[in-house]
Design a protein around this ligand. Structure first.
Ligand code: HMG
Ligand code: MG
Length: 308
């Protein structure tokens, strides 16, 4: 299989952690329900392809996201020790209870930077979301779990349009103060451009959030995800979220399409001589297989170029 020519450039990290969200962000948006055995094989293949972090599923309300209603059953089929980190999404205490029962070691809460998305995605106001997350974080930390926090709509919102940097930093800061050790800044509808990315990251650093705690989560709706990823690396970010095969989106955000495809990101990173630990050929095989399961081609350009 073709590989990118390796040419390094100054000012970039030597190693990047890819936080794989395909089984969660990818599959939550599929119109068909993927059989649980297929999901379990997807997770196992992603781990076998060298991904160190695989977000496996969500313990959200099954009526809100029926695609992931099988979360507990799935975790019964997944080896939670097979990768260093296998987090799950958890919005509230009920979700945490279910996650603890399933034996997870890391949970991710997901806040909104905007009032409209807090209402649409969590059935809570912007302020009420904190009351929902606080006991989740406290109890998770007490139980020895790690907690990641997402902030959605960091670069624009389908209902409210532009979102101010100060608003995003305010929400993110609050989730970090609650005890989240990693903060993932989400471009949920994929509208952001590199200048915005640079400005948001620098405002977070100025607000006292260390760059090592930041991760970036790009959807590729407007084709900006790879440029935004490279900009993030130049700012010193070393954790990037991506979804195998470019699957993804949010059922509660109009026009949220697929995430940055993991293969496209890996091609760029390996071309820049940045280590990821990922076997690109195995990953492409996995996404091509998953595309077969879903009955449509992968939107990832690298999968399209490399899959037979
Ligand atoms: P609600 O209807 O307000 O829930 O939903 P509630 O607290 O009023 O409870 C109502 C009933 O639901 C109760 O049952 C609860 O026990 C039950 P009853 O007492 O009536 O019999 N319930 C649950 N059952 C199972 N698991 C649970 C759970 N919670 C309550 N966890 C809620 C509030 C937050 C639950 C709902 O709005 C929800 O599930 N939202 C999740 C939506 C979602 O998953 N969106 C996609 C993920 S976010 C995303 O994709 C963005 C991201 O990728 C980053 C980016 O791109 O920006 C992360
Ligand atoms: Mg997302």
């Amino acid at each position: 299989m073709r590989t990118p020519q390796r040419v390094t450039t100054d000012g970039l990290p030597e190693r990047v952690t890819i936080y794989e969200v395909g089984p969660r962000d990818g599959l939550q948006n599929e119109s068909t329900i993927v059989p649980v055995e297929v999901k379990a094989e997807f997770v196992a293949r992603l781990v076998a392809a060298g991904l160190q972090v695989v977000e496996t599923t969500s313990f959200v309300h099954p009526k809100w996201v029926p695609q992931l209603a099988d979360a507990a059953e799935l975790l019964g089929l997944v080896d939670l020790d097979s990768a260093p980190r296998m987090p799950v999404l958890v919005p509230n205490e009920r979700g945490l209870d279910r996650a603890l029962e399933a034996g997870v070691r890391e949970v991710a809460i997901f806040g909104s930077a905007t009032e409209s998305f807090a209402q649409a995605n969590l059935n809570r106001s912007l302020d009420e979301q904190y009351a929902m997350f606080e006991p989740v974080v406290t109890r998770a930390l007490d139980a020895g779990l790690s907690v990641r926090a997402y902030v959605s709509m960091c670069f624009g919102d389908p209902w409210e349009g532009d979102v101010s940097v100060a608003q995003v930093v305010g929400v993110g800061r609050r989730l970090v103060d609650m005890g989240a050790s990693e903060l993932s800044l989400g471009d949920t509808i994929g509208v952001g451009t590199p200048g915005q990315v640079q400005s948001l990251i620098s405002e977070f650093v100025d607000a006292g959030v260390p760059i090592s705690q930041l991760a970036m989560h790009f959807h590729d709706t407007y084709g900006q995800a790879l440029a935004n990823a490279l900009t993030s690396l130049r700012c010193g970010v070393t954790t990037l979220d991506a979804s195998a095969g470019g699957l993804g989106g949010c059922p509660y955000a109009e026009s949220a399409t697929g995430n940055l495809a993991t293969e496209d990101l890996v091609w760029q990173l390996h071309g820049l001589g940045i280590e990821t630990g990922v076997d690109l050929a195995a990953l492409v095989d996995t996404s091509a297989w998953m595309a077969g399961q879903l009955g449509r081609p992968s939107p990832s350009r690298v999968v399209q170029a490399l899959a037979n």
